[in-house]
Write a protein that binds this ligand. Structure first.
Ligand SMILES: Cc1cc2nc3c(=O)[nH]c(=O)nc-3n(C[C@H](O)[C@H](O)[C@H](O)COP(=O)(O)O)c2cc1C
Length: 183
């Protein structure tokens, strides 16, 4: 059975740096993995309101009539998640935060299901900026809480859209990172 990988693009820029890195991942993994991709900018996601309806009678579904349940079902079906986000104000993009918050609706299921998570974080600032450590710790905590394996967090510096495409050293280390974690 082919392993299912869900690629999650948290950037609103269609031709952005995260999209570029995800396209490399798609190219590298497409032969050996079953790939699915979501571009969060294109999805309707309302913010979690902590209404807790999802936890009543083990419904595990969000009551909001947006794309939340579709997205969470994709997470349920995937064995590996590759999440890519730009750094916005020392944090993940709003689109990605909306998505992660909705993990709440299926938290019991997610905690019982083995998954692996890889993160891509692109910011304009240099790699010694605390933002990369802050985001890394957030995902370390999320994976620990959900009992998921945190595969890697690939950080890169780029500001203009597609700037990363000019950075051969970044591309090569991203490919090496993929090679280490994926067959
Ligand atoms: C609203 C906003 C906030 C940003 N905040 C940061 C930040 O805190 N740190 C940083 O390094 N870059 C910041 N940036 C720059 C982006 O992270 C950078 O341009 C990145 O390459 C965007 O990724 P993308 O091309 O995949 O969209 C910000 C950009 C925007 C639009």
């Amino acid at each position: 059975m082919t392993i299912k990988v869900l690629l999650i693009n948290g950037s609103p820029r269609k031709e952005g740096n995260n999209s570029f890195l995800l396209s490399i991942a798609k190219e590298k993994l497409s032969n050996n993995y079953e790939l699915d991709e979501v571009i969060l900018q294109k999805m309707q996601q309302s913010a979690c309101t902590h209404c807790d309806a999802c936890h009543v009678d083990n419904r595990n579904n969000c009551v909001h009539t947006d794309d939340t349940n579709l997205l969470m079902n994709k997470v349920t079906n995937a064995e590996i998640l590759i999440i890519a986000t730009p750094v916005y104000w020392w944090a993940v993009s709003a689109q990605l935060k909306l998505f992660i918050d909705k993990f709440y609706s299926k938290v019991d299921l997610f905690q019982k299901t083995e998954k692996k998570l890889a993160l891509i974080t692109v910011g304009g600032a240099e790699l010694d900026d605390p933002q990369y450590r802050i985001i890394d710790q957030q995902f370390e905590c999320i994976c620990k809480y959900l009992n998921w394996e945190y595969l890697f967090n690939f950080n890169a510096t780029a500001y203009e859209a597609q700037e990363i495409a000019q950075k051969d050293n970044v591309i090569n280390s991203f490919i090496a990172c993929l090679d280490e974690s994926f067959i």
